[in-house]
Design a protein. Structure first.
Length: 301
């Protein structure tokens, strides 16, 4: 295990809260490399001052609430339960626009890299900044090793991202593009901490055999929203019986999970916290948490 801590900063829609559209997390390695996970819709555009330096962008799949088909017009716009998402990012996506503005690498699996390479090229960027990491392999960017892992979820490409008649005809026919399977990630930072980023997923055997047995993830970011992903009970099973990390950050709750920074009674977030057998950390927007190599929170939790 190396020295230093990994800093995790949620970039949500409302300062100090965990709200319905919150997805984005920034991980900062002890060496200064900064990784943006699923920018979603709560980042206020590519010039959001909260982003700072971004070296790597991870996108689990192409759904708008992860890649960013739109974004809020301002922090605190709308309500925590129904945040404002009025600024369109079509046909590029927020992920592409941030990569262009920050000269960041986009690391994805499946067949997503060629799509992102084409978008970067079309907008004057470097297509080589779209980097492939398929299942069973990994890449190192800025001293951080990134591996893709299984996520059981759909991953259609909205035809709104496809210009011209092709996109138009696909939309009329109700057909979405194929960019391969959705993914999760395991990211190993320079201090030795391995973090499992579940993405949108159900329960899979790989969560035990790959995420736990092979990569030995000590910190997890787990989606708990139900309906579209694991719900609180399923997510708790994944954490308690399969991955068994030292700690978990709740994600993708699809609800106004907190009020005044405190978890609201009767929420899915509360149910997950009660069911999980390890510390559950709530990603309050703008509040930085620090984790050591063993997955223990050392500050901000």
């Amino acid at each position: 295990m190396g020295p230093g801590v990994v800093k995790v900063t949620p970039l949500g829609g409302f300062d100090g809260e965990f709200c319905a559209q919150d997805r984005a997390l920034v991980f900062e390695d002890p060496n200064g490399t900064r990784v943006l996970y699923d920018p979603g819709r709560s980042v206020v555009g590519a010039n959001d001052p909260r982003l700072g330096k971004i070296d790597v962008i991870l996108v689990t799949h192409m759904h708008g609430d992860h890649v960013g088909n739109a974004h809020t017009r301002a922090v605190g716009a709308g309500t925590c339960a129904a945040p404002d998402m009025s600024v369109s990012q079509i046909p590029n996506s927020l992920a592409v626009n941030i990569a262009l503005a920050k000269k960041a690498k986009i690391v994805t699996g499946s067949d997503m890299p060629s799509f992102f390479a084409a978008k970067l090229r079309a907008n004057g960027g470097n297509p080589a900044d779209s980097i492939l990491a398929r299942f069973g392999g990994s890449v190192v960017v800025g001293g951080v090793r990134i591996a893709t892992v299984t996520a059981m979820h759909s991953n259609g490409l909205d035809p709104d991202y496809i210009p011209g008649d092709l996109g138009k005809h696909m939309k009329e026919a109700g057909i979405w593009g194929d960019v391969g399977l959705a993914t999760g990630y395991v990211v190993r930072f320079s201090n030795g901490l391995a973090v499992y980023l579940s993405g949108d997923t159900g329960v899979t055997a790989d969560q035990e055999r790959v995420v736990r047995d092979l990569y030995r993830a000590q910190l997890a970011v787990m989606n708990i929203g139900d309906g579209f992903t694991t719900g609180p009970a399923e997510a708790a099973y994944v954490m308690n019986d399969l991955v068994k990390p030292a700690a978990v950050i709740a994600s993708h709750a699809n609800e106004a999970a907190t009020q005044g920074g405190q978890v609201r009674a009767g929420t899915k977030t509360e149910a997950f916290m009660k069911a999980a057998k390890m510390p559950v950390h709530i990603p309050l927007s703008g509040r930085t948490m620090s984790f050591d190599a063993a997955g223990k929170c050392t500050a901000g939790c």
